[in-house]
Each structure stands twice: as structure tokens, then as C-alpha cells.
Write a protein that binds this ligand. Structure first.
Ligand code: C2E
Ligand code: CA
Ligand code: CA
Length: 401
């Protein structure tokens, strides 16, 4: 925390806690320390001051710490956050887990009161995290605001990239997952991690983005006519898109317009968007299913609701998240998740895709467990469709490298 220009905000309804922390921070050399006694005051200060770190109490009578987190998440806050609570160990642990669902730099969830040594340790940790953020490749770019994103999209910057999915039993190409890419006017490419979270803040923008990615992909696919009739195409559909009215009807009409069959189209349901309206989501998924689109659970194993959803909605496929596949040969817990997910899929009769296959050894491992489909850098990275010579039905690199 060497930049003394930026401030630190302490949010707590107990004056004594605020004051103690204030003194600690002053002793550590921080001069710009702001104080708020509830979430409402904290939001005002965050709107008007440049704050690099927030110490926030969770339990406050007026607008509690969760309200502050929601606010910071909506602002795509880039600074560090330390949560404080007087609750017992178990509640702290669950709160820390919940906090991870936000795309924020939450350093830790700590018990009150905080000692001088703890504050010092937390500040060092936050400095390290913010430093890593600043140097981590995708985040080194400025965060994309909704306005900037819309500007790039309106200029035609959104494109569809395709990543092959391989049938592990035959080694043949089964289809592609379509992944969004954004190109700035200078043709530099932005990865989805940097713009999907921005788009997902509003139903209209994520819906518009999703529709554009699909149309873009359909136009690319359309150039190959009947040659492509047996392949499948998977799209990422966040829960928010399903909350938008008429999405299934739009997809049905658009798929027909490009003379593709709904059976070829896989809707990968991602769990990144928070949703409050499960009934609407389930209804829309059933609509898609009745229209003969295929449904897939993306990032299986990472969300709370995957197993419950698998039970209540007739899914066709589950995708084991790459975080488990990537290190399944060196991490016994990852291996167990991969194995159990494949077994579960087999037991309930749905296809299973392992994504993030980077080596032949991992391919052999998941294949031996009975996994049907593989996707990963071992076969190919996501690329524009014309890069692949997919007509050979096995993946070969085409004319561009
Ligand atoms: P995802 O749906 O889990 O997609 C798989 C991601 O894993 C892709 O990252 C892909 O490039 C990467 N990947 C594939 N194979 C490997 C591998 O062998 N090793 C490693 N390390 N990575 C591999 P990408 O394209 O950066 O996309 C990131 C995420 O952005 C996607 O994760 C998806 O959740 C989201 N996304 C992408 N396009 C869209 C879109 O059109 N709509 C929505 N809502 N989300 C999208
Ligand atoms: Ca996906
Ligand atoms: Ca994934």
C-alpha cells in the first residue's frame, strides 16, 4: 500500500472499532482514512472518493456489509476488500464462501476485533493481490465499462470463435463450442473474461451480446452449407438471457432462418449470473427443450445447483469444468470430481464433455473413465471457423496459423 494518494475506507457501526482501525492505519502511515457507520454512508464515500481498500463490517443495522458488497460488485470495484464480523467461526467460513461468488478482490473474512498485526498482514496481502491483478495479462487492460463495450459492439467488434469438440471413442470431430471475442478498432482482441461480466450486469446487454454472437456464428456456419449438417454448435447462455422474454422464440426463428436444425444447437447454461427467478429459468429451459434444442450444464461441479438442476430439467449433457480436468493427474480431489461427474452422467444417461484437455495423458485418463467428448488445447484453441479444415472430420489446421 505505497500509494498514499488513494484512501482506505472503514465501515462499521461501532465507533470503537472504527476508531481503533483508524489509529492502526495511521500508525502504518495511511493518512487518507475515511469512516462510515453504515452501508449508506459507505456508498456515498465510494462514489466521491478514490478508495483502494475497504474494511467492511458485515452486521450493521442500516444497509449491512452484504449491501456494500452488492454495490461494489455492481461498480466492478477493482480495489481490495476485507470483511469483518463478530460472528462465530462457522458463519465466518460460510460468509467467506459466499463472498467468493462476487467478482471482487476479497482478501479475507476476519473475526473482530482486529489486532495491529492482523491489519498489517491484511494490508500486505491486499497489496500483493492488487499487484497481481495489475500484472495478470487480461486484467492489465483497463476494465471495460458498459458504455465502451457497447461502442465496440456497435462498431461490429464482436466475433465468434470456434473450439472443436472431439468424440473420444472415434477421434472424430463432433462439433464446436462457440466463444465470444471482442475486437477493438485497432484489431486488438479482448477475451470474454473482461467483457462478459460487464455485459451480465444488465439483461438487455447480455441478451443483445448473446444474440449477436449466435448470429455471427450462424453466418460463418452458413458459408459451408450442407457440409456442416452433422456437426453440433454449443453456445454459452447465461441465466440472465433466459430471464429475457422470448429468447427461446428468437433462437428458434433465427436457427430456422439459417437453415440449421435445433438438434444441432447446444445451449450451455452457465451459472455465472445470479438469478432470483428459478421458475422463469426452468420454464425457458423446458421451452428450449421442447423446441428440440439440446441443453448442457456448463462448469459442472462449480455451482451449488448443478445436481438439483440435473434432476429437475431434462439436460442432454454435462461439461466437467476445466479447473478439475486441468490438474486431474496431479490433484486427487480434482481426479475424484472428474471421476464422479463422469459416473453421474453415465448413471443418468447424459453425454459428458471434459473441457480443458491439454495433454494426451489427461485425454487417456478421462477416456478410460468413459467420458464421451473432449475439448481443449490438445486438439485446438478457439479460432475463427475458417481456420479449421473440419471437413476431414478430424481436426486439421487450415490455411491460417
Ligand atoms: P467456458 O464456457 O468454460 O469456456 C471454456 C473456456 O476454456 C474458454 O475460455 C476456452 O478458451 C478455455 N479452454 C478451452 N480449452 C482449454 C484448455 O485446454 N486449457 C485452458 N487453460 N483453457 C481452455 P474463453 O474463450 O476465454 O471463455 C471464458 C468464458 O467466457 C467461457 O468459459 C464462458 O463462460 C464465457 N463466454 C465466452 N463466450 C461467451 C458468450 O458468448 N456468452 C456468455 N454468456 N459467456 C461467454
Ligand atoms: Ca461453455
Ligand atoms: Ca468451464
Amino acid at each position: 500500500m505505497s500509494d498514499l494518494q488513494q484512501g482506505i475506507l472503514v465501515v462499521d457501526d461501532q465507533k470503537v472499532v472504527r476508531h481503533t482501525l483508524f489509529l492502526c492505519l495511521q500508525n502504518l502511515g495511511f493518512t487518507n482514512v475515511y469512516q462510515a457507520e453504515n452501508g449508506r454512508e459507505a456508498k456515498k464515500l465510494l462514489n466521491t472518493h478514490s478508495i483502494q481498500c475497504v474494511f467492511c463490517d458485515l452486521n450493521m443495522p442500516i444497509e449491512d456489509g452484504f449491501e456494500v458488497l452488492k454495490f461494489l460488485d455492481a461498480q466492478a470495484y477493482q480495489g481490495a476488500i476485507v470483511l469483518m464480523s463478530g460472528e462465530e467461526e462457522e458463519v465466518l467460513a460460510s460468509t467467506a464462501n459466499l463472498a467468493r461468488l462476487y467478482q471482487l478482490n476479497i482478501i479475507e473474512c476476519v473475526a473482530k476485533p482486529l489486532s495491529f498485526a492482523t491489519v498489517k498482514r491484511l494490508l500486505t496481502a491486499s497489496e500483493r493481490v492488487l499487484d497481481m491483478e495489475a500484472h495478470h495479462a487480461p486484467h492489465a487492460l483497463p476494465p471495460l465499462t458498459a458504455k465502451l463495450l457497447k461502442g465496440y459492439i456497435d462498431k461490429g467488434g464482436l466475433r465468434a470463435f470456434f473450439q472443436p469438440q472431439i468424440s473420444l471413442s472415434s477421434g472424430r470431430l463432433k462439433g464446436f463450442e462457440v466463444l465470444a471475442r471482442l475486437f477493438k478498432p485497432d484489431e486488438s482482441m479482448v477475451f470474454p473474461d473482461l467483457f462478459i461480466p460487464t455485459a451480465e450486469k444488465h439483461i438487455e446487454s447480455i441478451t443483445d451480446l448473446t444474440k449477436r454472437v449466435i448470429e455471427c456464428a450462424y453466418q460463418d456456419i452458413n458459408q459451408y452449407g450442407q457440409d456442416i449438417a452433422t456437426l453440433s454448435f454449443a453456445f454459452n447462455i447465461s441465466a440472465k438471457v433466459l430471464e429475457a422474454p422470448n429468447f427461446p422464440q428468437w433462437l428458434q426463428a433465427t436457427t430456422a432462418k439459417y437453415q440449421l436444425r435445433p438438434e444441432q444447437i447446444i445451449c450451455e447454461l452457465t451459472e455465472t449470473a445470479f438469478t432470483t427467478d428459478q421458475a422463469t429459468i426452468d420454464t425457458q429451459m423446458l421451452r428450449l427443450k421442447m423446441m428440440k434444442f439440446k441443453l448442457s450444464i456448463d462448469d459442472f461441479g462449480t455451482g451449488y445447483s448443478s445436481i438439483a438442476q440435473l434432476h429437475s430439467i431434462p439436460f442432454d449433457e454435462l461439461k466437467v469444468d476445466k479447473r478439475f480436468v486441468l490438474d486431474c493427474l496431479s490433484n486427487t480431489k480434482s481426479a475424484a470430481v472428474v471421476e464422479q461427474s463422469i459416473q453421474l452422467a453415465k448413471a443418468i444417461g447424459v453425454n459428458v464433455v471434459a473441457e480443458g484437455i491439454e495433454t494426451q495423458a489427461v485425454c487417456d485418463f478421462v477416456k478410460a473413465l468413459g467420458c464421451d467428448i473432449g475439448q481443449g488445447y490438445l486438439y485446438a484453441k478457439p479460432e475463427p471457423l475458417n481456420v479449421f479444415d473440419w471437413r476431414t472430420a478430424s481436426i486439421q489446421r487450415g490455411n491460417r496459423e
